[in-house]
Design a binder for this molecule. Structure first.
Ligand code: GLP
Length: 252
């Protein structure tokens, strides 16, 4: 796991967009794995700005999002489809049919999960997966205790996750109880993974990620079993590590 330290959120987002743009330049039909949440929003704004100013094209790019709430339609303002359309897709030249997000309203959710896996395979797998991290170490919506061998599945959200995400909803009762998420094994099949973390709220999770051995009780620790992970973390999110801890990191 390589670690790139950023000064703050702005700097983390700039480093992340620069990295992604280099990957797009090298492979214009790249398959990108995308994440939602507040962490990647500035990264998406940077990509939009670059698209408008420099004309980087997304016409041949395929995207797969990590997760979606069960029970919300794509035009619900809190669905991840709505988020992605408004935060990124509507502002770049990507054909909508190239963008994939699990369907939270699928009648047969099991089948939806299988279809999602099959689609990823059909496109040759994910080249670069962007990840945020939950305060409890979740990646996608894989909550603590999710097997590292999991594929795309339905998960019951932890109460702490619902509370953390309720800031986007009018009230906690409106936050769905379940989500469809790529599994941990699905995520680990991406050829490259970029994990972004910013702010004090993530400091404890980052300390656990960097210092603990892989355990299913802390889903992000599965990333230690992947050969090509870059963590871009800002100073606040590194706040719980002391000098000695920092020396153990593979800083670039
Ligand atoms: C949600 C998403 C995750 C995301 C996490 C952190 O639960 N399912 O993919 O990484 O929240 O969100 P934020 O970036 O807002 O801190």
């Amino acid at each position: 796991m390589k670690v790139l330290i950023a000064k703050n959120y702005e700097d983390m987002s700039g480093k992340a967009s620069e990295h992604i743009l280099n990957r797009i330049k090298a492979k214009p039909n790249i398959v990108l794995g995308l994440a939602t949440g507040s962490t990647p929003t500035r990264l998406y704004q940077n990509l939009i700005k670059d698209h408008k100013e420099n004309g980087t094209s997304y016409r041949q790019i395929i995207t797969f999002n990590l997760d979606e709430y069960v029970g919300l339609s794509g035009d619900h303002p809190n669905s991840y489809r709505y988020f992605m359309d408004h935060e990124l897709f509507n502002h770049i030249d990507i054909p909508k049919e190239n963008t994939h997000i699990p369907n939270g309203l699928a009648e047969n959710i099991e089948e939806e999960c299988h279809k999602y896996e099959a689609l990823i395979k059909k496109h040759g797998g994910i080249d670069v997966q962007i990840l945020g991290i939950g305060q409890n170490g979740h990646i996608g919506f894989n909550e603590p205790g999710t097997p590292f061998s999991s594929r795309t599945h339905v998960i019951q959200l932890e109460e702490s996750t619902r509370v953390a995400n309720s800031r986007f909803f009018r009230s906690l009762s409106e936050v769905p109880t379940h989500a469809i998420t790529m599994g941990i094994e699905t995520i680990l099949e991406a050829k490259e993974i970029i994990l972004l973390a910013s702010g004090k709220a993530k400091a404890e999770a980052m300390k656990r990620l960097f210092l603990e051995e892989p355990t299913e009780e802390f889903p992000a620790s599965a990333l230690k079993n992947h050969a090509n992970v870059l963590v871009i973390v800002d100073e606040e999110a590194l706040g719980d590590l002391d000098e000695k801890d920092l020396q153990k990191l593979n800083l670039i």
